[in-house]
Every structure is written in structure tokens, then in C-alpha cells.
Write a protein that binds this ligand. Structure first.
Ligand code: G6P
Length: 600
């Protein structure tokens, strides 16, 4: 959801800014731009489209600047166009601003500034920031920024430079992510860690309400009152290779194949973490899971495990629906906030609002040091490494692993299982890692299947119980990256509506492992077949019943009934991937989407 970068040092700024932007491109890619201080002048270059358009535009210009800021945009206010692309400047071109988030009161501020004689060029909310800074500037950029932030409402992060003070970049965080990277004789600013990984692993995560002043040899952090704040340096555990494609055609494919490792590392991480919770677990009589997108689907599966092993009721609610509903929450409620990035605005704000009402919050996040990580009372980490592909894959199965382990932990803490029971459950999950590895051998089969089915315009995905959320996830993957309409549905609900859609042009992917609902799903398969639907079944290898039904049978390794989501999601991820790839689509950066959605 827009990416911001900044560089100040002794190297040429432009190549560093462009490379950092490319690593942030998964956050948005409608347009991109940079601002640098070249000699005594502010130079702004921007282009509609992906970063490569900007790179082309800058080809041969040989800027020598050592300081600059950059931006890749996911449009909120104003269509993708050159004029709406960032950086934005004030009228005299003295202050350049890149911004992520939304200034909610921008119309009011714009009117006020227009009355004072300011002329605006773009339709964006960002431009008011540049004009406000110019309005307040009285020979001290920091003071002008302090005055400006007090006027802005909403959740945002921005960076500003000016040729009037060539020795600094100022970065501000309130609601949207912003990380400082510490180098030797150089410092960096970015919305997310992968942007700066080639240069440094030493970082400072800014908290909401903080301002960083980056100079070549120093970084100082202040609060919005201008009072210095001392910050800890966090050394990022990821290396640069983990954020590279490593020979795979796309990040998404690489990440699909990294799932056995992601699950194994997550189990290892969980077992080595101090799991002393800062609240009394026996007090909890209700769990509410809040999440968005793929994380929400993981939460739906976690509910079945938690209720099965602990008996504690667990609702799962889209974070965007939770926040403005009157859902009863009190100090006996536990909120499980699941977010790969830890920055999704809907999830964070829902968690914070529940916390205000007295609930305890456990975050399940992949990005250590992210906002949710810091805002939650306790965090459980998925150790999936950086996920760059916009469509979540390895973080999904890693989230499943954490949710399964969490259910076992709760059962153990409540005396429902003994120590051995807990470790037996862990061992079973460990074995699943190998089954997932085996399921990945289906890659070639799914590639062939994709070429056969890519021409269809609609897909239905059906599953029951633990595999209903997998049907939702399979459909989401296809929609996200292939732009093919797909619906996930509980197989038993099909007869109440979606069955009317079925004809010979409707591929129906049906998840049918041999579990407690197997007989029921076989009946649902018959319902689809008798209406000429094109049935693709996913079931355990060697299932002769399924082999004789439908057009295609995909055999996944047999696992215990708790674990079918882990192996069933693999062919669905691969199917979506290969269809999108064969259709020539941009798998890692699908249109209109962003990896981290920091607006509500
Ligand atoms: C975006 C991404 C999805 C992701 C969702 C939630 O929509 O494109 O892949 O599942 O956000 O993200 P989170 O970081 O909170 O898990």
C-alpha cells in the first residue's frame, strides 16, 4: 500500500533509491517517483506504471546526488497519473514529500491553504503535507514538520527533503509503517525491511507519533512534541538471499516451495520462544480471531482446532467488520490478531479497539518489529522469512502451524492434555512438514492441469469443515493472480444457491480427504456431476472412489484428519500460480492489489 524509501550517504542516491523501490514494489505499483537534491536544486522525476518505467526515464541522466526519497504508489486519492504520482512538492518546488497512508482531513486543509494563496496541482491528499511544511517553514525543517504533523488526521507515514537543508531527511510515522536502516556514513528509510536488506540489517522501527531525522552520520528520533526518544537497534534476522528469487521464475513459486521449511522453522521458533503470557489464560472464556484476506482463512481453520482441543468458543471475524460492529468484548476475551505483515490497518485498529475495551491481544505475525508485534500484549511468530509475492502462500501454512500449536498450548495450560500429549501433537505436526514436501511433487501435474482449465471464466471451490476455508483460500488465490472469477463455498451449502450456477462451463474443485465428512462430500460430488459440472477432486493418493469420479483427481499425501488443510492447499496454490503464469499475468504483482494494506 505505497512504499516509501529514503537515502542519505556518500553514494549516488538514484540507483539505491531505485533498487530499494523495486524491492518495495509489492506494496503498490501504479506509479513511481523520486526526489533528489542535485547541487542546490530539488529534482523530481516520476512516471506512471511500474518502477521499470521510472528506471527508463532516468536512463543516462547521471544524477550525482547523495540524498533522496522515493515512492511506489497504490492509488487512494486520485487516479494513477504523473501528476498524482509522488513525490509531491509545494508550489515553489522547495519541499518534496513521499507519503503512505491517508490524510483524512486533507480537503479541509487544502481549502485553508488555498485561501492563503496556495495552488494545488494534484488530486492527492499528500500534496497538503508539502504545502503545510512550506507554509510553516521558518528556516527550520524540523520545526515545520512538527507543526505540520499536529494538523494532520489519519494514519500515515511520510518523508521530506529540502535543498534549504541538504544534510537531512525527515521521516514521520503515525499509523503506517516506517523503518530506519543504519549504515556506516549512510542511513536509510523504508516502509518495509526488504527494501534496505542489501545495505544493512541494523534497523530502528519507528513507533506511532515519532519523527526521525536522518543525517549521513546520525539518526535522531523525537516524539511529536519534539522531545528526543531513545530507540533500540534491532538486527533483522533475514538475509538478503531470502528476499531474492533464487532461480525460480516468480517469488510466489519460490514461496510455495519454501512451505516445508516455513512450517518447520515456525514449529522450531514456537518451541524455543518463552511462552509466558502476560495475562491469566484461565480467565479467557472467549476467543475472537480478527484478520484479513489469507490470514482470515487461516483463522477460520484455527477455530476448529481451538474449539476441538480447548472447548473455548472462537469466533473469526474480518478485521474490517469487527472494528465498527458492537461485538461484546471484555477482559475475559482473547483476541487473536493474525497478520503476515503486522501492518494491515484493519487488523491493527481492530486489535487496538478490543484492547481498549480490556481484551488481551495475541498477535500472530511474520514481520518481527512490525506495528502489530509491538501493539499486541504478546506475539507468536511465524518464521516464514520475507514473503514478497503479493498472494500469501508460505505465511498461510506457517500461520496454520502456529494456530495448531496455540490450540495445543491452550489445552496444556488448561490441564486438558499432559506434557506428553502436547509433544505428541507437536510431533504429528512435524510429520506434516514431510507430507507438504511430498505434495509439492504435484507441481508438474498442476502445470498441465492449468493449461487445460485456464480458458474457463468461472470456478467453484467446495469443501467442508476444515476444508471449507481451504476452498475459500483456493478461490482467493485464483481471483487474486489470475483475475478469474472464483467462489469458495461450504459444499453442503451449495444446494441452497450456487448449484444453480453449475453447467459444463463450470470447473468445480472439490476437497475430499478421507475425514469425518468424506461420505457427505461424495454426495456433493454427485450433485455437481449430475448437473454436468467439470469436477476436479483433491483427495488422498490412491483413493479409487475419487479416481472414478469427475474429470481429474489430484492425489495428495495422506495425513491425519487435523492436517488436511496443509496438504490440500498446495495443489490449489499451484493451480492458481500456473494458470496466472500461462495467461501471461504478473503473478507477483497482480493488478490493483498490494501486499500490505495500510489503509482502512
Ligand atoms: C493483502 C494481501 C493478502 C493478505 C492480506 C492480509 O490483501 O494481498 O495476501 O492476505 O492483505 O495481510 P496481512 O499482512 O494482514 O496478513
Amino acid at each position: 500500500m505505497c512504499g516509501i524509501v529514503g537515502y542519505i550517504g556518500n553514494d549516488y542516491a538514484v540507483p539505491i533509491l531505485l533498487s530499494a523501490l523495486e524491492r518495495l514494489e509489492y506494496r503498490g505499483y501504479d506509479s513511481a517517483g523520486i526526489a533528489i537534491i542535485e547541487g542546490d536544486k530539488l529534482v523530481v522525476e516520476k512516471k506512471v506504471g511500474k518502477i521499470r518505467e521510472l528506471i527508463r526515464a532516468l536512463w543516462g541522466k547521471q544524477y550525482k546526488s547523495n540524498i533522496g526519497i522515493g515512492h511506489t504508489r497504490w492509488a487512494t486519492h486520485g487516479a494513477p497519473s504523473e501528476v498524482n504520482a509522488h513525490p509531491h512538492t509545494d508550489e515553489r518546488g522547495l519541499f518534496a514529500v513521499v507519503h503512505n497512508g491517508i490524510v483524512e482531513n486533507y480537503l479541509e486543509l487544502r481549502k485553508e491553504l488555498e485561501e492563503k494563496g496556495h495552488h494545488f496541482r494534484s488530486e492527492t491528499d499528500t500534496e497538503v503535507i508539502a504545502h503545510l511544511i512550506a507554509e510553516y517553514y521558518n528556516g527550520n525543517l524540523f520545526d515545520a514538520v512538527l507543526k505540520t504533523v499536529k494538523r494532520l488526521k489519519g494514519a500515515f507515514a511520510f518523508a521530506v527533503i529540502t535543498p534549504l537543508e541538504k544534510d537531512k531527511i525527515i521521516g514521520v510515522k503515525k499509523g503506517s509503517p516506517l523503518v530506519v536502516g543504519l549504515g556506516k556514513g549512510e542511513n536509510f528509510l523504508a516502509s518495509d525491511i526488504p527494501a534496505i536488506l542489501p545495505y544493512t540489517r541494523n534497523t530502528i522501527s519507528l513507533d506511532d507519533g515519532e519523527i526521525a531525522v536522518l543525517k549521513r552520520d546520525s539518526v535522531e528520533v523525537y516524539n511529536f512534541e519534539g522531545v528526543p526518544v531513545s530507540k533500540e537497534v534491532f538486527v533483522v534476522p533475514w538475509d538478503i538471499l531470502s528476499a531474492e528469487k533464487g532461480g525460480f521464475k516468480h517469488f510466489m513459486l519460490k514461496e510455495i516451495f519454501e512451505q516445508p521449511k516455513a512450517i518447520a522453522d515456525t514449529i522450531g521458533g514456537f518451541l524455543s520462544q518463552d511462552l509466558t503470557l502476560p495475562f491469566d489464560i484461565n480467565r479467557i472464556n472467549r476467543v475472537i480471531t480478527i484478520a484479513c484476506g489469507t490470514s482470515y482463512h487461516a483463522g477460520l481453520i484455527g477455530k476448529y482446532w481451538l474449539e476441538k482441543y480447548t472447548g473455548i468458543p472462537n469466533e473469526v471475524i474480518y478485521a474490517s467488520e469487527f472494528r465498527y460492529a458492537d461485538i461484546p468484548v471484555d477482559e475475559n476475551t482473547l483476541i487473536l490478531a493474525i497478520s503476515q505483515s503486522g501492518e494491515t490497518a484493519d487488523t491493527r485498529f481492530a486489535a487496538l479497539s478490543a484492547k481498549e475495551k480490556g481484551a488481551s491481544v495475541i498477535g500472530i505475525v511474520n514481520v518481527v518489529g512490525s506495528s502489530l508485534d509491538r501493539e499486541a500484549d504478546f506475539t507468536l511468530y511465524t518464521h516464514a522469512g520475507p514473503e514478497i509475492g503479493v498472494a500469501a502462500t508460505k505465511t498461510f501454512t506457517a500461520q496454520l502451524a502456529i494456530l495448531y500449536l496455540f490450540a495445543q498450548l491452550m489445552a496444556r495450560r488448561r490441564g486438558l492434555i499432559d506434557r506428553d500429549g502436547f509433544y505428541r501433537a507437536v510431533e504429528k505436526l512435524n510429520e506434516v512438514t514431510r507430507k507438504v514436501e511430498k505434495a509439492l511433487e504435484l507441481n508438474g501435474e498442476l502445470e498441465n492441469l492449468a493449461s487445460r482449465y485456464k480458458k474457463f471464466k468461472n470456478f467453484l471451490y467446495l469443501g467442508r469443515w476444515l476444508n471449507y476455508p481451504i476452498a475459500l483460500e483456493g478461490a482467493l488465490k485464483l481471483k487474486e493472480i489470475s483475475y478469474i472469477h472464483a467462489e469458495g463455498y461450504p459444499a453442503g451449502e451449495m444446494k441452497h444457491g450456487p448449484i444453480a450456477l453449475i453447467d459444463e462451463n463450470m470447473p468445480v474443485v472439490i476437497l475430499a480427504p478421507r475425514d469425518r465428512v468424506y461420505e457427505k462430500i461424495i454426495a456433493n460430488i454427485e450433485e455437481v456431476l449430475s448437473r454436468k459440472g467439470r469436477v476436479i477432486t483433491v483427495g488422498f493418493e490412491g483413493d479409487t472412489v475419487l479416481k472414478n469420479k469427475g474429470e481429474v483427481f489430484i492425489g495428495v499425501p495422506e495425513v491425519g484428519e487435523d492436517f488436511t488443510p496443509f496438504v490440500n492447499v498446495i495443489p490449489l496454490q499451484l493451480l492458481a500460480y500456473h494458470i496466472a503464469d500461462q495467461l501471461g499475468l504478473d503473478v507477483d504483482q497482480p493488478r490493483n492489489l498490494a501486499k500490505t494494506v495500510t489503509v482502512e
